[in-house]
Design a protein around this ligand. Structure first.
Ligand SMILES: [Fe+2]
Ligand SMILES: [Fe+2]
Length: 366
């Protein structure tokens, strides 16, 4: 792609140059000016498009997979979310993978480990649990649980439970892009529970208190499970005394309690409260984000396109896309759960953010 701008590649084809390019191709090489404007755009040029996955549309086909495959044969019974611009890498947006996993009471998937980091946000059902490196966690709707890079983990639903659906979020496409992904199946297919149930919550989940003798040096949070009730309570308390950000409302990050940093090295997770009637100003930043509506009803405007969502819907905001969120209710809170690659973006010095200046800070919907 030629650009008629000083400093950018703008070389017209001639028979001589065409022959030259062919010669270079034969040497497994090329002339930079033929690709420079494409590989170095003026600003991030995401191939992902904004997508809303309505739970009302997704739930029935997800439930139908219960009849179609067993966890034994499928490994993991998951319907993944595939961005039309990211089909080749099975990403929901950017370099992030996401899917909806369903299990019925009494089922237990085989234990495994992978280099990709994972988290899951519970959508519905009773009796779900996850075991991570011998720690067992019972999970209910809107709980967040981590299964970080390299940990043995497995999921199941207790026999007395109900069918459970949760959203998986992983950095699989990113780890594949880095050509660094390994996968292992546990030699016994199941792991032993070697710690008291919920022990990490009782050790690391106490507000502003940390066991004096406890030591943790791994690159991810030792807490693993983040309960919805405490998360929502914290957001409410924060919103009582702080107006929050014009762009994000009252946004809090789930953190590694030993560092105050993100829950895992490659994936971050956040929960934000949008007050009744609030409509945030638009901004854009580098990094890809996948949202799940944890509470309430509202809308987001992403690159000028309006998406109306309700509880349990999932949507994505591609890198460097304008976005703003609105709470459609004048009485009820909206809470948006999200996970993202901002730890990677920030740690590599790639974070950029910009406010939308036009039209009082709100996008015009096309
Ligand atoms: Fe996994
Ligand atoms: Fe944002």
């Amino acid at each position: 792609m030629r650009e008629d701008v000083i400093g950018r590649a703008n070389v017209e084809d001639t028979p001589e140059l065409t022959a030259y390019y062919k010669e270079l191709a034969g040497l497994e090489a090329g002339a930079l000016w033929t690709v420079a404007n494409d590989i170095e755009p003026w600003q991030p040029n995401s191939s992902s498009i904004p997508v809303l996955w309505r739970y009302a549309d997704m739930r029935e086909p997800v439930m139908r997979s219960l009849e179609l495959v067993t966890p034994e044969k499928a490994g993991r019974r998951v319907i993944y979310l595939n961005n039309p611009g990211r089909r080749q890498v099975s990403a929901a947006v950017g370099w992030l993978y996401s899917g909806l996993q369903v299990m019925r009471p009494g089922e237990r998937a085989s234990a495994h480990a992978h280099s990709a980091s994972a988290l899951r946000f519970i959508i519905e059902g009773e009796g779900a649990y996850t075991i991570v490196d011998g720690h067992k966690f019972n999970l209910t709707a809107r709980d967040l649980v981590l299964t970080p890079n390299g940990t043995w983990h497995e999921h199941g639903v207790e026999a007395h439970g109900t069918p459970c659906i949760w959203q998986d979020g992983l950095d699989i496409p990113f780890v594949n892009a880095m050509e660094a992904n390994f996968y292992r199946v546990h030699p016994n297919l199941r792991q032993e529970i070697t710690h008291p149930v919920e022990d990490t919550s009782k050790t690391w989940g106490n507000p502003a208190l940390r066991p004096a003798a406890a030591h943790w040096a791994k690159g991810y949070s030792p807490l693993f499970k983040y309960e919805w009730s405490a998360t929502y309570e914290s957001l409410r308390r924060f919103a009582e005394v702080d107006p929050g950000s014009a762009f994000d409302g009252n946004l809090m990050n789930y953190v590694n309690p030993t560092t105050g940093g993100p829950v895992m090295q490659t994936l971050g997770a956040s929960m934000q409260l949008i007050r009744p009637g609030q409509h945030t100003h638009a901004h854009r930043h580098t990094g890809s984000v996948i949202y799940q509506v944890a509470l309430g009803t509202g809308y987001s405007i992403i690159n000028g396109q309006r998406f109306d969502w309700r509880e349990r819907d999932i949507f994505c905001v591609p890198s460097w896309s304008w976005h703003e969120h609105g709470n459609a209710s004048l009485s009820d809170d909206v809470c948006l759960f999200s996970f993202h690659d901002l730890p990677v973006i920030s740690n590599l010095g790639l974070y950029r953010e910009e406010a939308y200046e036009d039209n009082g800070g709100f996008q015009r919907c096309g």
